[in-house]
Each structure stands twice: as structure tokens, then as C-alpha cells.
Design a protein around this ligand. Structure first.
Ligand code: CA
Length: 236
């Protein structure tokens, strides 16, 4: 698996035809993309700034503000890949769009398969050229490395298998590295605020984590007990 597979790409679709917007959204979501739709130029430009999408699909004919204006505006501050969606027979618009910095265009009507192929090609190119970063979030402390996006835990470079709740608990502890992680906060985050089960569950999971992460789990150096309050992940 490549890194790209771990991260969902966010695509902004700026399109005012509801039927087309729905089918594009549906097709992209079925391929694992996160999709936001804006149906006017103004809303689209605002969404492009706020959401920082990985790719923009941009209809040329929009109310309020044309696709070409949006393209020009986005390009003043961003290198995000832009694929224009153009009506038939608007060769001049395509040329202008590419001159304004769009990366590709598709002529309506287009097949969803073709659209997805173009989207993937643009995302690959953007990743290669460094426009999109594919860096996973990794928490580090002591010998422990927790790759959040890949959902992999390593101790001294060796992969360690954690159960889902163990992983979440370790993440909660490491996000508070060298600070108190109160019992109720850990239970809230890992088991949910409506958890009314045995609070010993927390201690059982801590014990299992220590067995997997500590050199000597009866004398823990990294997941230490803060008596009466909770636990602390100590980075040393
Ligand atoms: Ca339109």
C-alpha cells in the first residue's frame, strides 16, 4: 500500500446543475474521496479558501461569478489542481482557462470513469511535484512511534500489534505527552462520554499497553500512574 491510500483526498466541486453535481459527488465518494459541493461561484471561492481542498472541479458557467474568474482568484493564493468542466464547443473558454492556470478540462457530457481517471492523474501529479503533502501524522515519545494515519504502532522501530481501543488509548496518552491524562478524560475519549461500564476497563487496557510497550511492565517508565488521578505518558 502506498501512503496515498491512507489519506482521503478532499475534492471541492463547484457546479450549479444539481443533477450533475449529485452524480459527480456520488461517483467520487464511491471511490473513497471526500466531496464538498458549492453551487455558486461566490460559495465556491469561499469554500476553496476555507476547506483547502486537494483538488477543485470547476464548472465554467456559474451564477454570480464565472468559472474563469474563480480560477484566476484561486491561483492568486493556491497551486491546488483545478479541473474545469466545460460545456461543448467552448474552445475559447478552455484555452483561457488553461492560460489562467487550470490543469485540465473535461467537456460535458463526460463519463464518470473518465472523470475519476483525470482526478487521480492530477492528484498523482500534485503529490509528485509537492503541491500535496502526503505526510502522515506521527506521534513520538520515548521508544514509541504512533502513525495515526497508517494506524501503525512501533516500539524501537518494531511494529507492535494493538487492539483498536489500545491504539486509541495510547493516542490519547501521547497527545498529552508529559502531562496528566485524567481517568475521566481517557474514558471519555476512548469509550465515549456515555460509558457507564467498569472503570477497571481502563486499567486493564493500560496493563496491556505496558506489556506491549515497556521493557519491564511492572516497573513502567513511559506509561506511569498518577495516583488517584490518572496516567501520564512520559517521554524519556
Ligand atoms: Ca453551470
Amino acid at each position: 500500500m502506498t501512503l496515498t491510500d491512507h489519506r482521503r483526498h478532499r475534492i471541492l466541486l463547484i457546479e450549479d446543475e444539481p443533477g450533475l453535481a449529485d452524480s459527480v459527488r456520488y461517483s467520487l465518494e464511491a471511490e473513497g474521496f471526500d466531496v464538498d459541493v458549492a453551487d455558486t461561484g461566490v460559495a465556491g471561492l469561499e469554500a476553496a479558501r476555507r476547506l483547502e481542498p486537494d483538488l477543485v472541479l470547476l464548472d465554467l458557467m456559474l451564477p454570480e461569478m464565472s468559472g474563469l474568474d474563480i480560477c484566476r482568484q484561486i491561483r492568486t493564493s493556491s497551486d491546488v489542481p483545478i479541473v474545469m468542466l466545460t460545456a461543448k464547443d467552448s474552445e475559447a473558454d478552455k484555452v483561457t482557462g488553461l492560460e489562467l492556470g487550470a490543469d485540465d478540462y473535461m467537456t460535458k457530457p463526460f463519463s464518470m470513469r473518465e472523470l475519476i481517471a483525470r482526478v487521480r492523474a492530477q492528484l498523482r501529479r500534485a503529490t509528485r511535484t509537492g503541491v500535496l503533502s502526503e505526510t502522515n501524522e506521527v506521534l513520538r515519545g520515548g521508544p514509541v512511534e504512533l502513525d495515526i494515519d497508517a494506524h501503525v504502532a512501533r516500539v524501537s522501530g518494531e511494529e507492535v500489534e494493538l487492539r483498536p481501543k489500545e491504539f486509541e488509548l495510547l493516542e490519547s496518552l501521547m497527545r498529552r505527552k508529559n502531562r496528566l491524562a485524567a481517568r475521566h478524560a481517557l474514558i471519555d475519549e476512548v469509550w465515549g462520554p456515555s460509558y457507564f461500564g467498569d472503570t477497571k476497563t481502563l486499567d486493564v487496557h493500560i496493563k496491556r499497553l505496558r506489556e506491549k510497550l515497556e521493557d519491564d511492565s511492572s516497573n513502567p517508565k513511559h506509561i506511569v500512574t498518577v495516583r488517584g488521578l490518572g496516567y501520564k505518558f512520559v517521554d524519556e
